[in-house]
Design a protein around this ligand. Sequence first.
Ligand SMILES: NC(=O)c1ccc[n+]([C@@H]2O[C@H](COP(=O)([O-])OP(=O)(O)OC[C@H]3O[C@@H](n4cnc5c(N)ncnc54)[C@H](O)[C@@H]3O)[C@@H](O)[C@H]2O)c1
Length: 286
Amino acid sequence: MAKLLKIGIVGCGAIGSSLAKAIVSDFSEKAELASLYDIDIEKAYNLSMALAIGSQTMVSRPIKFNRKLAALNLEDLINKVDLVIEATKADTAFDIAKKAISNSRDIMIMSVGGIIEHYKELKALTEEKKARIFIPSGAICGIDGLKAATCGKINKVILTTKKPPKAFLGAPYLLKKKIRLDNIDKDTVLFEGNASQATKAFPQNINVAATLSMAGIGPEATIVRIVASPTITRNIHEIEIESDAGKIIIRCENVVHPDNPKTSYLAVLSAIATLKQVLEPIKIGT
Ligand SMILES: NC(=O)c1ccc[n+]([C@@H]2O[C@H](COP(=O)([O-])OP(=O)(O)OC[C@H]3O[C@@H](n4cnc5c(N)ncnc54)[C@H](O)[C@@H]3O)[C@@H](O)[C@H]2O)c1
């Protein structure tokens, strides 16, 4: 039997928990969930117990889980796995990525906004340590066309993100500018700037801006507009790309994750699809 890819998940919230369940239920022929870590250790324990109970009902391959699946710290997790999945928050993503890559582990990064300023450093480290970084398209579509277009000339990339006001709760930009969300009664532009500024201003909301800019023309040149809309229930991302190859217009209306209104369900599925691509020999799409 071929060796299973050992996977460790850092961050057992909405995305980490969904990914853990997918690894156990859909990828057990090729991968093994080898470790879980969360700064709130109970979350890792509880997830490992929930997976153990869930696996009893799986006909194909019941898995013996116990509380030992939960790692005591990040180093403990890194030691046990081939691939680290980061699903924590923007200000910890770089540190986690650096530690994983320094130990020659591959990493999938979800909190993409947290690495945007460190892109070159991480790229150099991956080359030195022979590791790879996987960045799912996340909550947006169109990364395939954008990557193809960058092989020619791109003139403009604009992202407009529209979410219900409560999705922006706690954003540093709103606190700094003293912008209140409870009295927004019509579509309101909260922010306009480039992707680099947007990811600092809204670190938990605008990972898509980081992904889009790293795949395309960079964080300084990618334009971002953020709108709070009291009339929508879905997270909407509109992308406009002008290039020598033509014009690309994308609009995603994303259902939010039931456990976290800041996170789109599509982002979870995108991470699962990326994992599938890592495990499959045939890669479809740019
Ligand atoms: N790439 C995308 O398109 C995209 C889309 C949605 C969300 N995200 C990002 O993915 C990340 C996870 O999203 P989520 O919805 O699962 O969030 P969540 O808040 O539901 O879960 C995050 C978990 O990480 C844990 N955590 C925080 N700091 C940690 C640390 N230093 N070490 C270990 N665990 C830590 C928290 O305790 C929590 O359990 C967020 O940064 C989010 O912004 C990315």
